[in-house]
Design a protein around this ligand. Structure first.
Ligand code: FMN
Length: 171
């Protein structure tokens, strides 16, 4: 049987989401699929895939604009293609359950814009608070997050999510 072709599309400004997308691609291989990584900011062309996994860093509650623009341009395709989405931000990196709730609610607001396309799975991942990789202005805004500088990406959480969605997306 031919391997399922999975498009791992992502937008990342500082590199946090880039790393997560690469991890998800490696996990897809482990589950017997054939992933193709697509950095949307470089190449928005899309061909035929069996499923799509989209991820974006969050800025003030929103996915990066290139990411949302790309998804909206692919709406017809996504209506008939299994897909999953995730956000990467710092709210899920805090210990505050309200911040987690807010991150999920912001994700939902982004997802709602894709209607009638609806993901089979959606989640939020913790990203990083990194003094490098952000513009001067962004670094100032980053300081407002009440957590220490660091990489909060949890590879076990990411692996578990792929394990959970694999039967839905690759079946
Ligand atoms: C200007 C700015 C706004 C941000 N807004 C949010 C936000 O609304 N929610 C959140 O959870 N994280 C927010 N973050 C944190 C980033 O999403 C986080 O650092 C993430 O790891 C960045 O991933 P990326 O560089 O791959 O886009 C913000 C960061 C910056 C610099």
């Amino acid at each position: 049987m031919a391997l399922k072709k999975i498009l791992i599309a992502y937008v990342s400004a500082s590199g946090a989401t880039d790393g997560i997308a690469h991890r998800i691609a490696a996990d897809c291989i482990a589950y017997g699929a054939k992933p193709s990584l697509l950095d949307i900011s470089k190449n928005p062309q899309v061909k035929n895939y069996d499923a799509v996994i989209f991820g974006s860093g969050i800025r003030i509650g929103k996915w990066h604009k290139e990411g949302m623009d790309w998804l909206l341009s692919q709406k017809d395709y996504l209506v008939s293609t299994p897909f999953a989405v995730y956000s990467v931000g710092l709210k899920p990196a805090t210990d505050d359950p309200n911040q987690h709730k807010q991150a999920l609610s912001e994700l939902q607001t982004n997802v709602d814009q894709l209607a009638p396309a609806k993901p089979l799975a959606q989640t939020v991942f913790a990203g990083w608070k990194n003094p490098e990789g952000f513009s001067k202005m962004e670094s100032l805004q980053l300081k407002m997050y009440p957590i220490d500088y660091g990489d909060y990406r949890d590879w076990n959480v990411i692996d578990r999510w792929v394990k959970e969605i694999a039967p839905k997306l690759f079946a």
